[in-house]
Every structure is written in C-alpha cells, then in structure tokens.
Design a protein around this ligand. Structure first.
Ligand SMILES: [Zn+2]
Length: 339
C-alpha cells in the first residue's frame, strides 16, 4: 500500500492549475514536482504532511523560496508557524483528490491489527470461543474468504488498541468489520461507538465451518462437544441452524411475528456503516437502528426462537437471496484485520 498518493484528478484540479503562469511556462509544472517531492519526503519521514525547512530545500534547491511562495499563495502549502530554522509548513491535508499521505498512526495501527489477528495464540482461543459466527450481526462467516462481506475476519473490540488477550478480539464478518472501521474513523461520533456495536452473546451451540474444524485440529484442538459443523457458510439450504442466520431478504415476512430484526447490523442512520450495507432497504436500516432493538438481547443466535423448526424451515426465495450475495461478493473490501 502506497504511503503517498497523487489523486487521479490532481493534474486538472483548479488549485494545481492556479500554479500556472502564462509568462513562465515551466513554473506550474515545477511547483507540482516540488509538491510531489515534498509529499514523498513527508511520507517517508512519517511527518503526517508537516514540512520542515530541510524538506523544502531538498525538494526545491536554490528555488525553494520562490516555489514555496507560489504554493502557499494558491493554498497547496499552509504555513504552520515557528521561527527561522524551526519554521514548519504543511502540505494541504484535506484534499485527498490531490495528495494523500497515510498518517503515522494509521500505518502503525494497521500493522498492529495484522500482527494481532495473525497471532495463533489469539486465533485459536477466539475460534474455539466464537465458532464461525459474526459477533456483531450473527451471520455464519466463511473462513478463507478474503473478499466478500461474509468472509471471516478477526476484529478488535476496541479499535486502535493493541490486543492484550484473546478477549480483545472477536470473529466478525467482513461487512461488520469494515463498517465498524468506517464508523470509528468518524471521530465526532466516537462517544456512541460501543453502543452502536453491541456484541452478541456467544452462539450456543457453536457453529463451525469444516475448514475451521480442520484448522483447529491441526493445532491439536477439538471443537466443543455439541458444536454444529457446516461445510460452507454460503449455502442457504444447509439443514443446520446456519441457514437460519442468513439475514432474511427484505420483504420476507418475519415468520414468528416477533419484533426481532432479521439482521442486527447495528448500522446507525447517517454513519458509514449504513453506506456499506446498501443492499438493505431504508426501512430495514432504520429498523436496526432503533434503540429498542440494538443490543436488546433478542438476537437470533442463541435465542430460543432460532431453534424453532417452523422458523428454520421457512423457505427463503432464491431470487431474493441471490443478488445480495452477488453484490457483496463483487464488492472489494479493505477492512483491516482480515483473518
Ligand atoms: Zn457481521
């Protein structure tokens, strides 16, 4: 993953074009090269867009002050203050369509996520505890699926914090993991984050996909007695409780007449979580966001209603389910913490 990126539209951006001067045909392109070099210097030195005098001199050579003035005038470099050799500036940091630098903390956190979620000690404990069910929405996840929303990931319960024990990680579907990641990025809405993403109870019985059972056995572990073992998560006709945990397509009546929402992604209205679940109707989305439902403990996993044979045998129209999976499968997700 690149650390510094120039946006696709940067060359024609009005701010870039403002660097041009008809009387000096080279100045625009020279300034642009100057900015790119500064971006590279900031990224490689992990200064999060901050530019030192040394960077400016290195990038601009003897012309650095002239180039700097021009870039400051059009707003592509912002003076931060300081005096003499300690003066600093920053490259424009709120225009990813022009320049984007991955922040030091972002990079560090992504590394930490990978290190935690690949830690075998945690993985084994988490899988034996959660099985292959998403702890946020309850769907049965698909191990070894690195693309679709149903793919299995491990998610940090407290984003941004290094896992200290297996309790800090849970099994999550890629949809939930990605939506949580986006939600967390909204710093203004962090206060309600935990409330928006309540953990569901550990499913009982646990549900495992066969490949997880094999993975665990290879490490000398047996899944708990009574666990349900399924071949794949995606087949909606499995004669196991897994079939029951597919969110019922929008438009299919709740067979039990209970108020339990079919899919309990706690996607609150107005946050990115909702955006990532565009396969759901606004009605469905607002339903899951209602405070009475989220975290109400009426989850399908582990709830008595789930085991109801009438409920389980309720047919799910294939025409309603097929497009959902196709769309999810096509979507590329960049959620961190892929298992
Ligand atoms: Zn989920």
């Amino acid at each position: 993953v690149s650390w510094f990126r120039v946006g696709d539209t940067a060359a024609t951006d009005p701010r870039r074009l403002a660097l041009n001067d008809p009387k000096d045909p080279l100045i625009g392109i020279t300034c642009f090269g100057f900015l790119v070099e500064l971006g590279v210097l900031s990224a490689s030195n992990k200064t999060d867009y901050v530019l030192t005098r040394g960077f400016l001199i290195q990038a601009g050579g003897p012309a650095w002050e002239q180039l700097l003035r021009r870039c400051v005038r059009v707003g592509l470099i912002i003076p931060l203050g300081g005096r003499g050799h300690d003066r600093t500036w920053k490259l424009i940091d709120d225009a990813p369509e022009l320049f984007h630098i991955r922040l030091k903390d972002e990079v560090a956190w992504e590394r930490q996520q990978k290190s935690d979620t690949r830690n075998d000690r945690y993985r084994t404990t988490v899988f034996l505890r959660d099985g292959d069910s998403c702890r946020y929405c309850g769907v049965v996840v698909q191990p070894n699926d690195n693309r679709s929303g149903r793919g299995r990931t491990l998610d940090h319960v407290r984003p941004g914090q290094t896992a200290r024990t297996a309790d800090d990680l849970v099994v999550a579907c890629r949809s939930c993991n990605g939506a949580r990641g986006k939600d967390w990025q909204d710093e203004d809405a962090r206060d309600g984050f935990d409330a928006r993403w309540p953990l569901r109870p550990i499913p009982s019985p646990l549900i495992f996909i066969r490949s997880t059972v094999i993975e665990l056995e290879d490490k000398g572990h047996q899944v708990p007695p009574g666990s349900v073992i399924a071949e794949r998560a995606k087949t909606p006709t499995l004669d196991t409780p897994t079939a029951d945990q597919h969110p019922t397509p929008v438009g299919v009546a709740e067979p039990t007449g209970s108020s339990a929402p079919e899919c309990q992604h706690p996607a609150p209205a107005g946050v990115a979580a909702a955006e990532s679940r565009t396969d759901r109707s606004p009605t469905d989305r607002s339903g899951t966001a209602s405070p009475g439902r989220v975290g109400s403990g009426s989850g399908r996993v582990g709830s008595p209603a789930r085991a109801s044979p009438a409920h389980r045998s309720d047919p799910i129209p294939p025409r309603a389910t097929a497009p959902r999976r196709t769309r999810r499968g096509r979507r590329s997700r960049s959620a961190g913490g892929s298992a």
